[in-house]
Design a protein around this ligand. Structure first.
Ligand code: ADP
Ligand code: ADP
Length: 229
């Protein structure tokens, strides 16, 4: 499951200024769609509507054919896992941090999520490299590695849909490469919506939507968008 459908969605925060204008797209189950475009174009607003912080002014949004207006935020939280751009990690092991929010998960499930996110080699490391219990210093996790912990935490929840939200971050090369890898491997058979600044971050998306001034002004694969400039 996990098909997302936006059907001619219009939205305004103040009831006057249009922020989204007839936005239509579909993310088929298991596919990856990326939203890219300049700041202020409407990408975050699309996510806020998907999380039901607001409802569309007109048009409709559905997940697996069910209109979002009949879905609670609590239920959405179970179905949509968000990997935020900056996850605050605890001064405890990577294992602990992955399990956070899923305390009932068995060790082998946590290890499996860590493997999928390619952070299992650091599973007993501390994010800042300082183990307060043992009093030892080790290598701190890089930004990209912290992002992998956040991805593993989300994978452990096993949501039907994953949202990678990079809307407001200036990605370092390492994190950008990680997101490219994520699209290829860990999110391979999950419905994934990724929000990014640059086209180069989302080379492997099945479809890229260019959002500008509240509209989808272009759509296609990375190759197709490069061809049309
Ligand atoms: P993006 O994520 O692509 O940067 P946003 O969805 O944040 O774009 O913004 C789209 C438009 O909506 C912008 O003009 C922005 O100023 C406006 N906007 C965003 N959030 C709010 C808000 N909470 N109230 C009013 N206007 C908003
Ligand atoms: P902002 O741009 O203000 O950070 P976004 O529109 O990017 O907000 O939405 C991300 C927010 O959604 C997070 O702050 C988080 O609290 C909330 N959130 C995270 N996961 C879910 C979910 N599954 N369902 C609803 N809301 C969520």
């Amino acid at each position: 499951g996990g098909t997302i459908h936006f059907d001619r969605v219009c939205f305004s925060y103040d009831g006057q200024t249009p922020v989204l204008d007839q936005v239509s797209f579909e993310v088929a189950a298991g596919k990856t769609v990326a939203l890219v475009g300049p700041s202020g174009g409407g990408k975050s607003t699309i996510l806020r509507l998907l999380f039901r912080f607001y409802d569309p002014t007109s048009g409709g949004i559905s997940i697996d054919g069910q209109d979002l207006r009949s879905v609670t935020q609590a239920s959405l939280r179970k179905h949509i896992g968000v990997v935020p751009q900056d996850t605050v990690l605890f001064n405890d092991t990577v294992m602990f941090n992955i399990r956070y929010g899923n305390i009932s998960a068995a060790d082998d499930e946590v290890v499996e999520a860590a493997k999928a996110a390619q952070i299992h080699d650091r599973i007993l490391s501390f994010p800042e490299g300082y183990n307060t219990r043992v009093g030892e210093r080790g290598l701190r996790l890089s930004g990209g590695e912290k992002q992998r912990v956040a991805i593993a935490r989300t994978l452990l929840k096993d949501p039907a849909v994953i949202v990678l939200d990079e809307a407001t971050s200036a990605l370092d090369n390492q994190t950008e490469r990680l997101i490219q890898d994520s699209l290829r491997t860990l999110c391979a058979d999950r419905t994934t919506l990724v929000v990014a600044h640059r086209l180069s971050t989302v080379v492997d998306a099945d479809e890229i939507l260019v959002v500008r001034d509240g509209r989808i002004v272009e759509r296609g694969t990375h190759e197709e968008l490069l061809r049309t400039g």
